[in-house]
Design a protein around this ligand. Structure first.
Ligand code: PFF
Length: 431
């Protein structure tokens, strides 16, 4: 459940619907599902297995596999650590917006309209203040150690999220325009399948399953030896994909309902206008149409999303903090404040240079670095790790695995197909 908490986050409710809407709808959905099943899921098994084998921070876990080249393993581990930190610095900005949207209705009810307007309007000060608040929340949880509280939160969060989604989806289909969104979401137009769409879908799948940057390696290290890793990974992937699918089922119809109600979402050329805050325009406009209930449902939705973002951000901060703690012998408190502080400063810099930096950092970390690091971990598992040792690790918690289909396919699949397919998608997009 903690790994599911890491996976379910902004990627599902903000990234996936935004990317789906700006890549033609159903075509993106289909390719995304293929990417999750064919590339992200096998890599999730690989990362959890690396972590459980290492029983330590991600850098040390990588070294436990590449024992003959400890410097090389440390080098790649450090790249993952830096990527996780950069990713968190832009993640906190969006998560900060969620805090704004969850608090705004209360201020509105209290008659403090200028505060609620400030909380939901794009602006440097708001972006900075809310990102700092979210970073402090993340630092607070990580400082106290992840193992305990997270799983409890994630376990409570998922059912609540599912119920709320069901209510909101049922509601949106009572509104005019929703059916156009549903058509866009579910009827594929293959002409939209282009090289950038493939890269976007791959990046989104890796982002959504928290791959590449070491979070799942770190969480794998918390798994007991009696846990069946492929099964756990399948459950995480299923929950994550279910939430993403549900978010699309809500947000694409909600986009067309908002359009029907006069919110401008597409420009004259038919392109989405402001994609990074699309969700933040569409959902509040839906809550507005719900009257009094909209205040409660809107607040509940955004509060749940803040929690979902928090169970993801802690898995990101955990990567550099656990490394600093073990490798540099720092106390957890000191490592968390130091690294969390540096990441917060980076968030502030990005917020103050939003136009120049935000998309750049988001694309660099999620679209490029996450899959490329994934390809590196595939090489670790497929080429560097001795097959017998890999089998021994994955056998624990799954004694009959050798006889099953999974073991017949997965090792060579991760060895050959995963790295080649990931690299090919990139080459394809460059050419
Ligand atoms: N999977 C998270 C989401 O969908 O919001 C984001 C994320 C968390 C990406 C942890 C990477 C990571 F290591």
């Amino acid at each position: 459940m903690a790994a599911a908490g890491s996976a379910v986050g902004l990627g599902n409710v903000w990234g996936f619907p935004t990317k789906t809407a700006s890549n033609g709808g159903a075509a993106f959905l289909v390719i995304y599902l293929i990417m999750v099943f064919l590339l992200a899921f096998p890599m999730l098994v690989a990362e959890l297995t690396i972590g459980r084998h290492g029983q330590s921070n991600p850098v040390a876990s990588l070294r436990s596999i590449w024992t003959r080249n400890r410097v090389g393993a440390t080098f790649f581990g450090l790249i993952a650590m830096v990527t996780a930190s950069l990713l968190l610095s832009f993640y906190s900005i969006i998560a900060g917006w969620l805090i704004g949207f969850s608090a705004a209705p209360t201020f509105e009810v209290l008659g403090m309209n200028n505060v609620s307007d400030w909380l939901v309007s794009f602006g440097d000060t708001r972006n900075v203040v809310l990102a700092v608040i979210f970073s402090l929340l993340t630092i607070y949880v990580v400082k106290n150690g992840v193992a305990d509280g997270i799983e409890k939160w994630s376990t409570r969060l998922m059912p609540m999220l599912f119920v709320l989604f069901a209510v909101m989806i049922a509601y949106i289909f009572t509104q005019d325009g929703a059916i156009d969104g549903l058509k866009m979401y579910l009827i594929p137009d293959v002409s939209h399948i282009t090289a950038p769409l493939l890269v976007d879908a791959l990046g989104q799948a890796f982002f959504s399953l928290s791959l590449g940057v070491g979070s799942m390696i770190a969480y794998g290290s918390y798994l007991k030896k009696d846990v069946n890793i492929p099964k756990t990974a399948a459950q995480v992937a299923a929950i994550d994909t279910g939430v993403a699918f549900g978010a699309g089922l809500l947000i694409l119809p909600a986009m067309f309902v908002a359009k029907h109600n006069g919110v401008q979402i597409f420009n004259d050329a038919g392109e989405l206008i402001s994609s990074s805050d699309l969700v933040f325009q569409v959902l509040p406009s839906m809550f507005d149409t719900m009257g009094g209930a909209g205040i409660i449902i809107g607040t509940a939705f955004f509060v749940l999303m803040v929690i979902a973002a928090l169970t993801s951000s802690i898995s990101l901060l955990e990567v550099p903090v656990s490394c600093a703690q073990d490798e540099l012998n720092m106390t957890r408190g000191k490592a968390t404040w130091l690294i969390g502080g540096l990441i917060t400063v980076t968030s502030i810099i990005i917020s103050l240079n939003f136009g120049a930096l935000f998309n750049f950092v988001a694309t660099f970390t999620t679209v490029y670095m996450q899959p490329l690091l994934g390809a590196v971990w595939a090489v670790f598992v497929g080429w560097i790790w001795h097959r017998n040792n890999l089998l021994n690790e994955i056998k624990q918690g799954n004694p009959d695995i050798e006889q099953g289909l999974f073991w017949k396919i997965w090792p060579w699949y991760v060895r050959l197909v995963c790295p080649i397919a990931i690299v090919m998608v990139f080459l394809f997009s460059i050419l």
